[in-house]
Design a protein around this ligand. Sequence first.
Ligand code: FES
Length: 111
Amino acid sequence: MNEGDEFLTVARVQDVPENGQKTISVDGKSVLLCKSEGQYFAVQNRCTHDMEPLTGGVVRKCTIVCPIHGARFSLRNGVPFGPPAFEALAVYEVRVEGGAIQIGRDPKPAG
Ligand code: FES
């Protein structure tokens, strides 16, 4: 296994319903696990606008809306759709193995 290929089990599939979310911790960093359109996503749980948590933001159509000032981000690649956020969220690889949701330990480069 190469460095950066390591996956961690962070939840069970039943923990994250459609358009739901679960806040997890990976190596001391807060990460938001989401499900939308049947797919699981994991993004840094810190909005790039004002560094507030995204927990509680509305998840739908593979996007999340920051609950603080309303920036909307793609859950697929972390890119914001417009102001007030301009920088992408870091995103993590996600896979499902036997009912376990696993994420890559290292986030992919933003965008
Ligand atoms: S903190 Fe998220 S939009 Fe401002």
